[in-house]
Design a protein around this ligand. Structure first.
Ligand code: FES
Length: 146
């Protein structure tokens, strides 16, 4: 299969991601992560007794699901935010134990408060808020939704 046919068979979105991985000025440094769209229509549940939720058993732990970072903050509350950074859309946002617990993207160092408020500015561009989601605990079932 020719390259052009291969890209066509993937669809426009995937072909774009493969063809232009460094739009918006990433440097020649290798970047871990992918450029993706921010998740929309988020609404899912997590069984806190399941294996996928193991990292939520302790304060400061987090998991990644459906491009959402679901974390148990340092006070034991569940918080959730987009895994897709508001800076340049890399899927590298994680929860880290800094400043009382923040969301952090290591691609260019963007930091966000737990409510999505940007805590710093990178590349001299206006920092945009990180999308955050609601969480609701019912017994051992955690719902994450918009
Ligand atoms: S994509 Fe630049 S800091 Fe996250």
């Amino acid at each position: 299969m020719e390259r052009k046919e291969f890209l066509k068979s993937l669809g426009a979105g995937a072909a774009f991601a493969l063809t232009f991985p460094c739009l918006h000025g990433c440097s020649s440094d290798e970047v871990d992560g992918n450029l993706v769209e921010e998740p929309i229509g988020v609404d899912f549940i997590i069984d806190l007794n399941s294996a996928e939720a193991a990292n939520l058993s302790e304060n400061g732990g987090f998991i990644l699901k459906n491009l959402v970072v679901v974390a148990r903050n340092l006070q034991g509350e569940y918080v959730a935010a987009s895994q897709v950074c508001s800076h340049q859309s890399y899927d590298q946002v994680r929860f880290v134990d800094q400043n009382g617990g923040i969301f952090y993207c290591d691609v260019h160092g963007s930091r966000f408060d737990q409510d999505g408020t940007p805590l710093n500015q990178v590349d001299n561009t206006a920092a945009k808020a990180l999308k955050v989601y609601n969480t609701e605990l019912d017994g051992t079932t955690l719902r994450v939704f918009e």
